[in-house]
Ligand binder design. Sequence first.
Ligand SMILES: [Zn+2]
Length: 219
Amino acid sequence: MLKKTISTLMLFVSFQVHALEKPIKNGRLEVICGSMFSGKSTELLRRIKRAKHAKKEILSIKSHLDTRREEFCITTHDGQKQTAHLLSNNMENLSDSITKLSEGVDVVGIDEIQFFPYKMISIIENLIEKGIIVIVAGLDLDFRGEPFSIMPELMAKADKVHKFSAICSKCGNDAHYSQRIINGKPAKYDDPIIMVGAEECYEARCRNCFETHKPQITN
Ligand SMILES: [Zn+2]
């Protein structure tokens, strides 16, 4: 009986010591997603500002494919901005660059995350492992209404996902789609996902007003 009590006590002590030894990690992933004009960058900047007020060290990153307004800033449609490091998607040393930039940082904010390559997922996981809070903003659906590159996996792995909607440019309902317009007409379904430098524009559309022209699958 005494032997059993001592061994139970030792097991309890060993659990307590283990709990004390294990460092508390604050790292997590928050994903802000939605269509164009849904306020994703505004929400990202709001969270960055909040972290700054809390005296956290911030690293802001944007993709070189984000050609809106100022090159070295995350900008919003309502004129807010935040200085950011411009990183190229094709960088061979993307992981090394982010590791170096994130030294001593508490929060990493990344805008237009959907433009980054697949290896960005493991880079983000490494940041989280180091105790860094990673907040990313990006389009969950491409112009065809299909999941956009790395977004589904990021959303699945996130601690929190915030999905934003815009206002449909046709009817005023909640819009979750980004309609690509070329020469006044909806783009073709088989157009490239990313058209760099193309003369195009986008409208937020609801499910009813979104025109996709998706090829029908016949059995
Ligand atoms: Zn509509």
